[in-house]
Write a new protein. Structure first.
Lengths: 135, 135, 135, 135
């Protein structure tokens, strides 16, 4: 744990840039500190559903990735997400969207993180997930 | 419930075609019956993360949308997803991916649905979520 | 997996009998087969909340234990639950309550299981959780 | 929201005392403020599983009830829990256990709350759930 190869913001940005899906959506890593990660995303027309608001899958992408980077800030880059729970609270019509994840519990090989997705209209979703270091 | 404006497969395909995010990802609705919805997706290069497997956000998109269509098959098109839980089980290197959702409980205004995401390599994720009719 | 020390119904009943909390609540293990576990519980007055229906914690207990026994039917007795999600659907006024869990995915060391809690009034809750073998 | 019939600590204690299941387990409400609720529980022998640690169902009870009281602190006493997700992190051998729930998002009729369950040994579980006002 002390020796864990933590990810720096620069490392994190390089990882994000090497994720084709994150490039497709246009996500930006704006903060990465031990136990904390924040992604941002402009709400372009491509990211909407039939009623013009952000597709639930876009909010879920943000949650998944912010939780993973948050876990990675403590566990290092070799990790896997075990999954997450997301509560969808309010449709998002305007961006940018901001997914801020924090670590609730960190036990060396596991981190449980939470994420709140906000935008100019308020809070759109909250999520909780578990990230595990891969040997 | 008997009178609910159920979505047919044709309706569902029109809805999917009107979701820019689903077009961006290339999802196809291959089945829609009362209490059952199946989406498929080719695993193109754009949908991967840094290790070449499907991004978790792609699996989460599939879960979110399959659960919503599944709920919509009983609740009609005016609905909202309250959120879902996804367990990420096995990275997906090859497609097509298939998200098959079924209804567990339907109570007139609410449906709880489950979804299994599979591909040529096996089962990649399972999800459970709640969909609510909007007045 | 083939060699996994599966729990038989008799084993399972001995385990349940050695759980003080399960004795306190009066749970019965009525079925245990590979990938399948069913618990039953009489809805005694002690198990209710202020409005006379089953306390949510009782439903959550049933989910937790049925999911664990279900995982144990494939993983053997040395396991831990990583947690679960429960959707509370309908208050339960009458018993017995029945929690039937089935395995969705089993991968040697992990099992993802689902559980439905029913009673004379219908379906009260559905849950999904992950169980892991402990070395 | 301003006019919501909030629950005071005294109200909350009366509600808890009227829950037979909470009396059976011996839970105490030690804090109730708008957006915040804390329950405590001694880890008596009755609350354990076969290995002598707290039964997962006990942690789930604490989560369910702390989340509900937390939501009730803003929504008033007429509410229902839609369900919750709990991550089980570390077995609890000693008590008292303390479940502290806070509100993440409150929108008049809904509250999403989080809960952390700790004890002398550290953090045992974290949970997230949704509570809804009943008309």
């Amino acid at each position: 744990m002390d020796a864990a190869p933590q990810i720096t913001l620069e490392d994190g940005r390089a990882i994000l840039a090497s994720q084709p899906f994150s490039r497709l959506l246009g996500a930006r890593l704006v903060q990465l500190e031990p136990g904390l990660a924040t992604l941002e995303l402009d709400l372009t027309d491509d990211l909407r559903q039939q009623h013009g608001v952000a597709h639930g899958g876009v909010l879920a992408y943000l949650a998944d990735n912010a939780l993973s980077f948050c876990g990675g800030s403590l566990l290092g880059p070799s990790l896997r997400s075990s999954g997450f729970t997301i509560e969808l609270l309010r449709p998002a019509r305007t961006g940018p969207l901001r997914a801020e994840a924090t670590t609730v519990v960190f036990s060396g090989r596991h981190a449980v993180c939470r994420c709140e997705i906000t935008g100019p209209e308020g809070t759109h979703a909250v999520a909780q997930g578990r990230v595990t270091a891969v040997a």
